[in-house]
Design a protein around this ligand. Structure first.
Ligand code: SF4
Length: 600
């Protein structure tokens, strides 16, 4: 029998009638295979024309914290591709090759506190965590050695009371990280999307007016975070502060989360959401505030909770987890806690937090506790009596937070000879030497002056702080540290007759590391149309009992004109304010245009 080939029509082949009938039936069946598929609504259909959707095997995309990978912001993708906590061998390999990291690894290195800060400096900056700002003389001396042997020979105290050491070559980073840990310190989580250095009132433990020594809570949270792998790699950074109610401001309400010690003067009834009530005895507790980010114009808001101090670390841990799981990982500009609170509302955030806790915080309005006592502006400079009789703490002023290695060693030695080998860093970029016997104060003052430190509080110059600026930060529009130091020097011996002290904050870009919106005078760095450096000037901000966001009064002022302009502003304040009226009070009672005229 002849065989039909693929090129021959079947009809042309010499099949028997029976064979032809079989083949035609077979081919007809092939043209109409029984069909089973899925409609767009998810039902199973036998109609091949019913818009088939392959619902049985839907397209699958991996997610990271519930966000599809394709929607993640770039740093989130980097975190997903390689956990930054697992790159120790990579750091050592870069050190061995004396090589800087690529963009993705430069981001991951920040989880170890290492910042490649090119083009500002083609080197690494190391940020060291100093929980509660508490440092031993041995640690300070060890950091001075590191700064001198491997870095630029200096350090900066930051506005989170960290210490930053600069100008490390890649070949040094393995040894630098190891020696920091040998000193009992760590830089882990000091940068990128982590809980940053835990700050606290720097006079904790010796402040005559404090309600609670908050150091144990700051240290407790520090160690908890460091030992919980899931609390690294948040949607963005997360700042936490503990406020003792003491003399010096911890700038607490500028944090994502702050705990403020308060006194409940009389027993109060707390009513939970399920209608049950509890009597809360009088005593000292923490109130909680959430969502501070002053660069975005917001202070932290009271959450309506009162907790026992011993519950603070647990509450912080729960809140950081809620933020980690639900914060925005697609848009870096909306990834801070403030935006989760805006999306959810405070009530939902607290409900999610409460679900993680095995105890119930007490819902009590802020008005049920005694108000915090006012902070002492510029209380971080000069000599102040401690709670311990016969002892004082001495506030040492630094020039825009700068410390040479020689000054670090000098301070360490003075803390050992005149104190208890302990120092405290403040978020005002200076240092306290505590536990000094009163009779040793005159000698200590003379020795501090010989090291080049400022001790006397000047109402005009005693509160000048600055972010890193263009010498060490790629985002900076201006050399903030140089401009701040020059202004402080110019004002130091002038305008001693101001009605009240003022704070002046220099920040080099809108990230606002020096919180320009909370200064009496805030300066935001800007490139002027001709490419030169200048500042936008905001006026009338404040913190604590003066809390408020400053208003922009001057725009694009050349850097060279800053000193005369600030002097003019302060002279107007001195001449026109009421007796004892603070700068914030004086400026806030004036409408913006009028204030601009008065200050021009
Ligand atoms: Fe850098 Fe901007 Fe922060 Fe200043 S405020 S240190 S310029 S990121």
């Amino acid at each position: 029998m002849p065989i039909a080939t693929a090129r021959e029509p079947i009809a042309a082949a010499a099949f028997t009638a029976e064979q032809r009938q079989y083949l035609e039936g077979f081919l007809a069946a092939l043209a109409h295979l029984p069909f089973a598929g899925h409609t767009a609504g998810g039902r199973i259909t036998a109609d091949p024309h019913a818009a088939p959707n392959n619902l049985a095997a839907p397209p699958h995309e991996d997610t990271y914290f519930g966000t599809p990978l394709s929607e993640l912001a770039k740093p989130e993708r980097w975190k997903h591709e390689e956990n930054p906590l697992d790159i120790w061998d990579k750091i050592l390999a870069h050190a061995a090759a004396d090589k800087f990291p690529d963009e993705a690894d430069a981001f991951r290195f920040k989880f170890f506190g290492l910042f490649h800060v090119a083009p500002a400096q083609d080197s690494f900056m190391l940020r060291v965590r100093i929980p509660a700002g508490q440092l031993t003389s041995g640690q300070l001396r060890g950091l001075a050695d590191l700064a001198e042997e491997h870095g630029g020979g200096y350090a900066h105290v930051t506005t989170r009371a960290n210490l930053q050491l600069r100008e490390f070559r890649p070949r040094s980073i393995g040894e630098v990280l190891t020696r920091v840990q040998d000193l009992g310190l760590t830089s882990r989580g000091a940068g990128a999307d982590n809980v940053r250095n835990i700050t606290a009132t720097p006079t904790s433990g010796f402040d005559a007016g404090e309600l609670l020594d908050v150091r144990p809570f700051a240290h407790g949270l520090h160690h908890y975070i460091l030992n919980q792998r899931d609390l690294f790699g948040l949607p963005r950074k997360f700042n936490v502060a503990f406020d003792s109610g003491g003399a010096i401001s911890a700038a607490a309400a500028t944090n994502d989360l702050c705990f403020t010690a308060v006194r409940l003067g009389a027993p109060a009834m707390a009513t939970h959401s399920d209608g049950t009530s509890e009597s809360v005895p009088a005593g000292v507790y923490f109130r909680i505030q959430l969502g501070g980010i002053t660069g975005h114009g917001d202070f932290a808001r009271d959450a309506g909770w009162l907790i026992r101090p011993a519950q603070a670390v647990a509450v912080a841990a729960a809140m950081v987890r809620v933020f980690s799981e639900h914060g925005d990982r697609t848009n870096r500009k909306k990834a801070r806690l403030k935006y989760l609170l805006e999306k959810w509302g405070m009530e939902k955030f607290l409900a999610e937090t409460a679900r993680q806790l095995d105890f119930r915080p007490w819902p009590l309005p802020a008005g049920s506790v005694e108000p915090r006592r006012p902070v002492t502006k510029h209380g971080w400079l000069g000599v102040h009596p401690q709670r311990q009789p016969g002892r004082s703490y001495v506030g040492v002023g630094l020039s825009a937070g700068h410390l040479s290695a020689a000054q670090m060693r000098g301070l360490a030695s003075l803390a050992e000879r005149h104190g208890e080998a302990e120092l405290r860093l403040t978020v005002w970029q200076n240092i306290l030497l505590p536990h000094v016997a009163d009779e040793s104060v005159p000698k200590l003052r003379a020795e501090l002056r010989a090291l080049g430190f400022m001790l006397e509080s000047s109402p005009a110059a005693g509160g000048v702080i600055s972010c890193t600026g263009s010498r060490g930060c790629r985002y900076a529009a201006t050399d903030t540290k140089a401009h701040a130091a020059a202004l402080a020097t110019a004002l130091q011996d002038r305008l001693a007759d101001l009605p009240a002290p003022v704070n002046i904050h220099f920040t080099g870009c809108p990230h606002s590391c020096a919180q320009h919106y909370c200064g009496d005078i805030g300066l935001l760095g800007a490139k002027l149309p001709d490419g030169s450096e200048g500042y936008h000037i905001v006026i009338g901000g404040g913190m604590d009992h003066e809390e408020g966001i400053a208003r922009e009064i001057f725009r694009s002022v050349p850097a060279a004109e800053i000193i005369p302009l600030v002097e003019r502003i302060l002279r107007r304040y001195r001449d026109l304010a009421g007796e004892g009226e603070s700068f914030a009070q004086w400026t806030r009672r004036q409408e913006t245009e009028r204030l601009r005229k008065v200050l021009t």
